[in-house]
Design a protein around this ligand. Structure first.
Ligand SMILES: NC(=O)c1ccc[n+]([C@@H]2O[C@H](COP(=O)([O-])OP(=O)(O)OC[C@H]3O[C@@H](n4cnc5c(N)ncnc54)[C@H](OP(=O)(O)O)[C@@H]3O)[C@@H](O)[C@H]2O)c1
Length: 260
């Protein structure tokens, strides 16, 4: 096994990466960081075509290739087509980041079965389908890296989010299970559990939550999409070559505190 020099560990030149849900938010940050690291990036979106095109443009400005591709990720055929797209246009698939997800609130006593199912589908089914489709290609190619986006809610449940907390806990265990089965094929599967990530309008919409976060976070701020992007770069890189099945908490230290 060839081990790159430390300074080359985050060089993704020649690598092909799919980031789902990359037209905005965390996914956009992940896609841009992979592009800045030299990767050829498939910027997946569902309805956010303008956002996806803007991310593609930024990646091209940084000197890397990128392409926006639409897919409904709860549809197995569309997920398989997305993965095939990477192979067809860029020749391979080295890294799959299953980032897309939804997180509407609903109190347990009012939650409908449809709301429960939609949450599980958008967060868990998408991780399963994306992992399976990518792994078929990666197995044939001799290996790859898959990263699923979970949440600190998988460990410490947020209120009015029983469906989301459960879906993300499922993503963590699915990641471990996939790592176990796919390791012998040279495929590493890990997940990242972000804490609260800043987005436009969040401080106006939820001032008390943001203030509480900033008071309790040892590192004193919300996260950025780039904070999560850099954790993805690490887990996808040869620096993490002996790491699989982990849940990397990236939350400014909030989970390190005792929560009563
Ligand atoms: N934001 C946070 O503080 C935070 C904290 C912990 C974990 N996370 C997790 O991190 C991930 C990204 O969060 P975010 O805040 O960046 O979310 P976001 O801004 O809402 O973006 C998520 C993207 O996922 C796409 N998507 C959702 N369901 C889809 C489906 N069925 N098929 C295809 N695309 C779908 C959406 O596409 P369209 O808009 O085009 O429909 C959207 O662009 C999620 O998994 C989330 O649970 C977020």
């Amino acid at each position: 096994m060839e081990i790159p020099k430390p300074k080359d560990l985050l060089d993704f030149a020649g690598k092909v990466v799919i980031v789902t849900g990359a037209s905005q938010g965390i996914g956009a940050g992940i896609a841009q960081r992979f592009g800045e690291a030299g990767a050829r990036v498939i910027v997946h979106y569902r309805s956010g075509v303008d956002g996806a095109n803007a991310v593609v443009e930024k990646i091209r400005e940084s000197g890397s290739q990128a392409m926006a591709v639409a897919a409904e990720l709860t549809d197995q055929t569309e997920v398989e087509a997305l993965v095939a797209h990477a192979r067809k246009h860029f020749g391979s698939l080295d890294v799959m980041v299953n980032n897309a997800g939804i997180f509407p609130n609903a109190a347990l006593l009012n939650m409908t079965r449809d709301e429960w199912r939609a949450m599980i589908e958008a967060n868990m089914d998408t991780a399963f389908l994306g992992t399976q489709a990518a792994a078929h290609h990666m197995k044939a190619a001799g290996g790859g890296a898959i990263i699923n986006l979970a949440s600190i809610s998988a460990m410490n449940p947020a209120s009015d989010h029983s469906h989301y907390n459960s879906a993300k806990a499922g993503v963590v265990m699915f990641t471990r299970s996939a790592a176990q089965e796919l390791g012998p094929s040279g495929i590493r599967v890990n997940c990242i559990s972000p804490g609260l990530i800043a987005r436009p309008g969040l401080e106006d919409a939820w001032p008390e939550g943001v203030a509480r976060w900033q008071q309790s976070a040892p590192l004193g701020r919300m996260g950025t999409p780039e904070d999560i992007g850099d954790a993805c770069l690490f887990l996808a890189s040869p620096a993490a070559r002996w790491i699989t099945g982990v849940n990397l908490i990236v939350d400014g230290g909030v989970m390190s505190s005792m929560i009563f």
